[in-house]
Write a protein that binds this ligand. Structure first.
Ligand SMILES: Nc1ncnc2c1ncn2[C@@H]1O[C@H](COP(=O)(O)OP(=O)(O)OP(=O)(O)O)[C@@H](O)[C@H]1O
Length: 283
């Protein structure tokens, strides 16, 4: 979704006569910015290696944000800190109306309970799909809602089938993951993540294990979700996708965000020499 489009107001207010000629004017909401996710000053070290240094990012509802940067710069660690799969050493993460502030010190069970609440807002998709191999695709998609939600199984099944249709897998509902292509497995993983109705989807290099043709099927699903207004954050090495599909691109290096810009700005007019150098080498 073009997030900017969401903010665009009519350039001039039509006169009464104009309106009569042009018919009703679709004004839409005056201002529909809504912050879905805010990460503030996230720090993370492994042993004495500082991997994230005060990383902050705010994402608005409906945005597709790509995180790019050289291998080992901390992209995946940052993504995993957003839903506390990796526990930051310090910093605050707020998603929808849940927030966790982390200070140096032991991770307590009350912190884990808060993290659990935070994770409920997030759908996560991994490079390696992580489907349950002994369950059908449909069962994979139904599993989390069945365990967590107290609604009739028939409702859960019909929602799961709708999600499988959305990702183009309705005919594969009763197949097992091993019988699917990598691209189909990844689309099933996306359907599974969507089944909990997340506020934000996080993708950690979703297509890097796939050949370009099936990768494109996965990227098309992500573009379709974008058009529907899903908020998505993608760690990727796919510069073509980042440029074509993102509302904003985040460039990281050495555990820091160096630059955040919309794709054209970042590619045509990068502000920082490190961004320029990285993008130059990636072309
Ligand atoms: N669990 C861990 N234990 C120790 N070191 C880790 C751990 N996870 C990540 N690291 C280190 O943290 C640094 C950042 O890793 P991370 O995977 O976040 O980078 P990245 O930018 O996503 O890299 P890539 O693009 O290659 O996937 C690397 O030096 C990595 O070796």
């Amino acid at each position: 979704m073009s997030f900017v489009g969401c903010l665009r107001l009519p350039e001039t207010h039509p006169s009464y006569d104009d309106r009569e000629i042009a018919g009703p004017v679709e004004t839409g909401p005056a201002f529909c910015v809504e912050t879905v996710l805010r990460a503030e000053s996230i720090c993370k070290s492994f042993d004495s290696h500082k991997v994230l240094r005060n990383v902050s990012l705010t994402v608005e509802r409906g945005e597709l944000v790509s995180i790019i940067g050289p291998s080992g710069c901390g992209k995946s660690t940052f993504l995993r800190c957003l839903n506390f799969l990796e526990i930051p050493d310090s910093g605050t993460v707020t998603i929808a109306d849940d927030s966790i502030r982390r200070n140096e010190g032991p991770w307590r069970s009350s912190d884990e309970a808060q993290a659990h609440q935070l994770r409920a807002h997030v759908g996560m998709v991994f490079q390696s799909f992580n489907l349950f191999p002994h369950r059908t695709v449909l069962d994979n998609v139904m599993l989390a809602p069945r365990v967590v939600k107290h609604v009739a199984p028939s409702v859960i099944e019909s929602e799961a089938r709708e999600l499988l249709a959305k990702v183009g897998l309705e005919a594969a509902a009763l197949r097992y993951p091993a019988t699917l292509s990598g691209g189909q497995q990844q689309r099933a993983a996306i359907a599974r993540a969507l089944a909990m109705r997340p506020d934000v989807m996080l993708y950690d290099e979703p297509t890097s294990a796939l050949d370009p043709r099936v990768a494109e099927e996965v990227l098309e699903v992500m573009r379709a979700l974008d058009r529907e207004g899903m908020t998505q954050i993608v760690v990727t090495h796919d510069m073509r996708f980042a440029r074509a599909a993102s509302d904003r691109i985040v460039f990281m290096e050495s555990g820091e965000i160096i630059e955040i810009a919309d794709p054209d700005e970042m590619y045509l007019n990068p502000k920082d020499s490190r961004t320029r150098e990285f993008l130059g080498a990636s072309l």
